[in-house]
Design a protein around this ligand. Structure first.
Ligand code: AMP
Ligand code: TRP
Length: 340
């Protein structure tokens, strides 16, 4: 067992740019957790990114830009460990071992695989299919106890719990892997598309109008919010009134999450007003919240060598936690000791 009562691990894929969904559902929460003085490990999951084709130059750029976004959002590499996944080879090694613990029947239930593979399931990479076993390795390699994620990752964290329990049980290893808890408690665990509020806001949606990118400029943000799907009714004064109004609920949730208030607070202020009043206020809040982050990302991106240095330093610190845990896994499984 880890000697720490609470250890946080989470990761984001360096693909495309970050959306407001990633920011509100994940990144902003990561920063809040760091402020609560928890021991936190945050990862740029580049091994996960290559489950779908990536151009070399894009992967390099996106790895650095995501790191810049972590830093710009407030992750402090002297308090949290910030690193790229491929920098700690133990992830891939434990990923293989846990792939031998996970069952094909479990993987077949993963909805994200079905969504990503679509009708093309025979032609996608084997890595896309086995990816949740690697995600389990990311978490268990650090004996992490809590995993802050957006709602779409809940099933993968539940699978991680199943893998941990089966491993502990199969190898008679008692509570060697702690059973991690998902933390899905932010105000915006599922930010929806601005175009279709029944779909989540996603980096990979073909329509750029469906999302706000963390680096969009103020003009673009204003235009996207103006065009966002809404309805003709004024906003209700109580949350109950949002029940069957997905698009309205999404915009109110975004406002609440950005302002750091509850949806009830937003409705207390805007109840009875139409979208003609609410949307410009939301656009202003979004633009004002993201502008300083964009500026800082650009500053960090001016010095890629410094970003690389931060990641390498983070990887060394991550490895100092991961290596002894993988050593124990080798011993539990019955492999000869790893080379020191
Ligand atoms: P990804 O971009 O798929 O690597 O996701 C990184 C993190 O952002 C994960 O914790 C996701 O659950 C979270 N996330 C992605 N999209 C959204 C969204 N639309 N709303 C809330 N959280 C999200
Ligand atoms: N699968 C997550 C996503 O696509 C990213 C991820 C990889 C992750 N490893 C993780 C999240 C470990 C939390 C913990 O969003």
């Amino acid at each position: 067992m880890s000697t720490h009562a609470k250890r946080i691990f989470s990761g984001i894929q360096p693909t495309n740019g970050l959306t407001l969904g990633n920011y509100l559902g994940a990144m902003k929460r990561f920063v809040e957790i760091q402020e609560q003085d928890a021991e936190a490990i945050y990862c740029v999951v580049d091994l996960h990114a290559i489950t779908q084709p990536q151009k070399r130059s894009d992967l390099l750029h996106n790895t650095r830009e995501l790191t810049a976004a972590y830093l710009a959002s407030g992750i402090d590499p002297s308090r949290s460990i910030l690193f790229n996944q491929s920098g700690v080879a133990e992830h891939a090694e434990l990923g293989w071992i846990l792939g031998c613990t996970a069952r094909v029947g479990w993987m077949n239930r993963m909805t994200q695989f079905k969504d990503k593979a679509g009708k093309n399931a025979e032609a996608v990479s084997l890595g896309l299919y086995s990816y949740p076993a690697l995600m389990a390795a990311d978490i268990l390699l650090y004996h992490a106890t809590h995993v802050p994620v957006g709602d779409d990752q809940k099933q993968h964290v539940e699978l991680t719990r199943d893998i941990a329990m089966k491993f502990n049980n199969d190898f008679d290893a008692k509570d060697f892997f702690p059973i991690p808890e998902p933390l899905i408690d932010g105000p915006a665990p599922r930010v929806m598309s601005l175009r279709d509020a029944s779909k989540k806001m996603s980096k990979s949606d073909p329509s750029d109008q469906s999302r706000i990118n963390i680096r969009d400029d103020a003009d673009t943000i204003v235009k996207k919010i103006k065009k966002a799907t809404s309805d003709a009714e004024p906003l209700p004064s109580e949350e109950d009134g949002l029940k069957d109004r997905l698009a309205a609920k999404n915009l109110v949730s975004i406002y609440a999450a950005l302002a750091g208030v509850s949806k009830a607070d937003v409705l207390a202020e805007f109840g009875g007003q139409g979208f003609g009043v609410f949307k410009p206020k939301l656009a202003e809040l979004a633009a004002d919240s993201l502008a300083p982050i964009s500026t800082k990302i650009a500053e960090y991106m001016d010095d890629p060598a410094e970003i690389d240095r931060i990641l390498q330093d983070g990887a060394a610190r991550a490895r100092s936690i991961a290596a002894p845990i993988l050593d124990q896994v080798y011993d539990i499984v019955g492999f000869l000791p790893r080379r020191k």
